[in-house]
Design a protein. Structure first.
Length: 264
């Protein structure tokens, strides 16, 4: 993938990895459409993109609202804009035990992390196919590969994304659609602060894992490196990524470690 002069749509772009990737790409891209719920945050990202001489379009979007996702996407395509890369970072985490969590919270997490991402991909994909190809990337997680305490619905949503987008890839590689699944480990963003508790409130704390994680800027560099090579899976982070290998090659050890995770 050569990013030069291309058009990208990036969700979750008001903060964290989505913001960092938007700013990095703006050094070479022609147009970046940035989406999120947070209009003010998007405007800050937009200002940085413009400073790099790249065109920017702000589309406020709640990923829990399928109708508004379709409406916004239709308005973008009705103007004849072609999207070369759709990179989806919008997502919400969780800090609650299965025993305490009502299914309504599980549904909310699935709605944002899975159905919202799928809805936007389904609107964009036909346009990519009809113009000969494109690149999709989604932010899964290490817990898209294994279950983890306090993350039941979050882990389920990321597993679901992996299954969906691997299937999409298998069906659409003949249309020159590449799919990269991002597997971030611990990245120093606000993801834990906005995580949902069993009450549906924000967790409000920075996890030590995230606090000690790599920066969003470093994560964006790792992501760009993988996207350029159209890697099917892009591991993002530091030594914590070892957990993926432990789960794969030493599952019994992994289960033992996971059981010992204390409340955060
Ligand atoms: N940081 C990590 O350690 C880590 C690890 C594994 C996976 N990930 C995944 O990486 C992605 C990016 O997260 P991040 O770490 O960069 O954290 P972040 O800064 O909190 O980014 C998440 C973004 O999603 C947006 N968002 C949340 N709910 C939304 C909704 N209903 N509609 C539209 N946008 C919504 C948030 O903005 P608003 O709330 O303002 O809308 C925010 O901009 C997420 O999918 C996350 O699950 C992160």
């Amino acid at each position: 993938m050569d990013f030069t002069g291309k058009t990208f749509w990036i969700t979750g772009a008001s903060s964290g990895m989505g913001k960092a990737l938007s700013i990095s790409l703006s050094k070479v891209a022609r147009l970046i459409i940035i989406s999120d719920r947070d209009k003010e945050g998007l405007q800050t990202t937009a200002a940085e993109i413009s400073r790099n001489g790249c065109e920017v379009r702000v589309e406020v979007l709640d990923m829990a609202e399928a109708d508004s996702i379709r409406r916004v996407a239709d308005s973008v395509f009705s103007e004849g804009i072609s999207v070369d890369g759709l990179y989806q970072f919008a997502g919400i985490s969780q800090r609650s035990l299965v025993l305490d969590t009502p299914v309504e919270i599980d549904r909310r997490i699935m709605e944002i992390n899975f159905f919202g991402v799928v809805t936007l991909a389904k609107v964009v994909l036909p346009h990519m196919v009809s113009r000969g190809g494109g690149q999709l990337a989604i932010a899964s997680s290490m817990v898209g590969k294994f279950g983890f305490p306090y993350r039941s619905a979050y882990a389920a949503s990321k597993h679901a994304l992996q299954g969906f987008f691997e299937s999409l890839r298998a069906e659409n590689s003949k249309h020159n659609i590449s799919v990269s699944i991002l597997i971030p480990g611990r990245i120093n963003t606000n993801i834990s602060k906005y995580a949902l508790t069993s009450q549906g409130t924000e967790y409000g704390k920075m996890d030590p894992g995230q606090a000690n994680g790599i920066s969003s800027a470093k994560a964006a560099r790792q992501i760009l490196h993988g996207l350029k090579r159209e890697k099917k899976e892009i591991l993002v982070g530091g030594s914590e990524l070892l957990m993926v290998q432990i789960r794969r090659f030493f599952p019994s050890l992994f289960y033992l470690l996971a059981r010992k995770i204390k409340p955060v």
